[in-house]
Every structure is written in structure tokens, then in C-alpha cells.
Design a protein around this ligand. Structure first.
Ligand SMILES: *Cc1c(COP(=O)(O)O)cnc(C)c1O
Length: 230
């Protein structure tokens, strides 16, 4: 995509983050703008990097690996945010810094075993299926404490927090309600695991509601790079 619209989009997004943070008396620096670059070519990532973005989210492993290789000259932080199949864990553990979509212990154990020892621990969020969510992915709130306890024991993973993808809704109250549920689950879990510091929630259409409910990572694709085909 052209540089000019990308630069404008980034400026607008930073302003959206700043305004939402201000409304909730939060510090905008505590909210990471994660650029979701799935389906976008490596050149778009280079362009976004030239505007100061350095953390990128990918959902499709094969295309992600090609881009990570292409862009190895840049100092980027890669987040895997898509569904994880067992046969993909080795590549994810080897090439990513973060994984947001861990939702079962089997996957966590594989990532832990396959994380190369010379790398720092893989930074992990557990994906939670909060009520009203259509996707099948995500641990239920009931099963969350058990999963969190097990993942927090794995030495090559560092459990950072929770992630959710609520079903898209144009209604602001409805959006906030879903994010509030995740925030509540997060607060409860923190009494068990105090080092948790990350709430990955909010996308292009609902980042304001997510920031109002305590999001620390907003995952933004469309509002940054424009509409996707898939
Ligand atoms: C695609 C995707 C996003 C980005 O969504 P937009 O609405 O384009 O901002 C965020 N999170 C996940 C998990 C995604 O798969």
C-alpha cells in the first residue's frame, strides 16, 4: 500500500489510543499498538516500521515464516495470534516472541518443549472464550484457572495474560460488556498469579471499548492497512 495513507492511518490510530486512554485516566504508553499484518506483503511491514511500529501480529503460519525471513534485517517483535495446530508448534516456538492464542495444555507443553533453549521464554497469553463468542477457540472461564496454573509452571514459557476475540458488534455497550468479562477473569487470575500484566483485547472496530476496560495490547489490522480479502 502507499506510504501516505499508511502514515495517516498510524497517526489516526495513535490519536484514538491517546483519546481513549485519556478518557479512562490511563497512560497511552501502557497500550501497545500491535500491527496485524496477516495477508499483507512484507513491504507493508517495512513501511509501517519506518513510521515507528515494531510489533506485528500474524495468524497464518506459512506466510508469516516467509515474512519473518524476508524482514530479518529489521528489529521486529513477532506475535502469533491465530489458531494453533499441534503440528505448527515447533515453528511457532522457534520464530515468534509472543503467542496470544494458547487455549489448551497440550499446545502449551509442546511450545515449552520446542522453545529453543538459547532464546528467552516465549511470552504467552491464554485465549479465553467469553460468553457470546461464536468462535470455537478459547478456554472457558471455568477451565481458565486450571490451565493458567499449568502454563505458569512451564519454564520456557512466560505467562503474561489473557486474550479474547469477542464476536463483532456495532453496539458499544455490548462491546464493553465482553471486555469487562475478560477484565474480571484477569483480575481474579491475578490473585493466583500476580505477575500477569497483559490484556490483549480490542481490534479496529472496538478498540475504544477495550481500552476503557483495561486493554494493554490492541490488535489492529484493517484500520492500519485497509480492508482484507480474507
Ligand atoms: C485479523 C485479526 C485482528 C485484526 O482485526 P481488524 O478488525 O482488521 O483490526 C485482530 N486479532 C486477531 C486475532 C485477528 O485474527
Amino acid at each position: 500500500m502507499n506510504m501516505q495513507p499508511l502514515g495517516d492511518n498510524i497517526a489516526k490510530l495513535r490519536e484514538r489510543v491517546r483519546l481513549s486512554a485519556e478518557k479512562s485516566q490511563r497512560c497511552a504508553d501502557d497500550i501497545l499498538l500491535l500491527a496485524v499484518s496477516k495477508t499483507r506483503p512484507a513491504d507493508d511491514i517495512r513501511a509501517a516500521h519506518s513510521y515507528g511500529l515494531s510489533e506485528f501480529g500474524e495468524s497464518y503460519l506459512q506466510e508469516a515464516l516467509e515474512k519473518i525471513d524476508d524482514l530479518h534485517d529489521l528489529d521486529l517483535v513477532w506475535h502469533f495470534i491465530g489458531p494453533i495446530q499441534s503440528n505448527k508448534t515447533r515453528a511457532i516456538a522457534s520464530h515468534f516472541h509472543w503467542v496470544h492464542s494458547v487455549d489448551r495444555v497440550k499446545i502449551a507443553r509442546r511450545l515449552n518443549e520446542q522453545r529453543p533453549v538459547q532464546l528467552p521464554p516465549l511470552q504467552v497469553c491464554l485465549q479465553v472464550n467469553i460468553s457470546g463468542e461464536t468462535s470455537k477457540s478459547g478456554v472457558t472461564p471455568q477451565q481458565l484457572p486450571q490451565l493458567a496454573q499449568e502454563v505458569s509452571q512451564l519454564p520456557h514459557l512466560q505467562l503474561r495474560g489473557l486474550m479474547a476475540i469477542p464476536s463483532a458488534s456495532p453496539d458499544k455497550e455490548h462491546q464493553r460488556d465482553a471486555f469487562a468479562q475478560l477484565h474480571t477473569a484477569f483480575t481474579q487470575l491475578r490473585s493466583q498469579i500476580p505477575q500477569l500484566d497483559t490484556l490483549s483485547m480490542g481490534m479496529s472496530g472496538d478498540m475504544e471499548a477495550a481500552i476503557a476496560e483495561g486493554s494493554t495490547i490492541v490488535r489492529i489490522g484493517t484500520a492500519l492497512f485497509g480492508p482484507r480479502n480474507r
